[in-house]
Design a protein around this ligand. Sequence first.
Ligand code: GZL
Length: 331
Amino acid sequence: MPIAKHLAQVSLVLALLPVAAGCAPATPVAQPTTAPAADVKKTYADMVLCYPQLGAESDWRTANTASIKETAEQLGIKQLVFSDAQQKQENQIAAVRACIQQSVSVIALPPVVEDGWDAVLTEAKNAGIPVIIVDRSVSSDPSLYASHIGSDMVLEGQRAAAEMNKLLPEGGAILELSGTTGSGAAVGRAEGFRADLNANITILDSQTGNFTRAEAKPVMEAFLKKYEGQFQGIFVHNDDMAIGAIEAIKAAGIQPGELKIVSVDGTRGGFQAMADGWIQADVECNPLLGPQVFEMALKLMNGEPIEKSVLTNETVYYPDDALELLPTRQY
Ligand code: GZL
């Protein structure tokens, strides 16, 4: 048998062997390939957002909470994990840890104070959960959180100083009712206010009213006793404390406008106090951050680029516009 024919018979047998043995054919058959599923973009319906709110201390905070809850509802997110820390950092930290355990999509944290967040922010980072700092700032390294959305508190303080300078052009003495000790809002406002206050205006004293009406009133009562007739103005870090202070000022028989009061937030209560002549300027601080928070959270879920800092554009309000604008105020 010629070699060629012999080899042909051998190769045929070899080719048939696997089939006979029930194995796959020697010549591999191209398998149908399915391309790996392209990453399906996350939507709001996939989002579980943790919002460990710091408290309910003021009308500003109430409006901030409403903005978060209403936006979550409107967008139809899967779940909003909301809690109220009653202005206690330990409660906020516990709430963040619970959210880490729950493996939420994003944590949006409105920190009650600036310091003390490194450990829990590191835990969130190690768990792969991005954190957006909302409203007040933290002193932690920016590598520990994705972004900050909120106001420029130092600028708010500078704006307040500019108003007090205009109200006391001949100079004078003032008192300060500051916000929560150690909070980014109080620290920033105090810093900006002192940076731009005219040298002919002296700050006689500064006490915290913890951003609440109830705590500001007794502080103002004590101020009135200790500094009666010695001061011409007051810088108040938020409208709720201004309203508490005004109750004490009224009780002391002082008339609207006798003291020059500059406040912050621009709430309905602040607008009413301006219309009634008690507050001479109200520096805006906008709490309606819900839409920005959720838009950024979705980008983070989809690995899209975001801004490291998003500052709210704000202004100053005055008594002349207060009555007209009051019905339009959203908070
Ligand atoms: C400021 C916010 C402050 C408000 C207060 O962004 O954190 O806390 O000025 C609120 O009214 O209590």
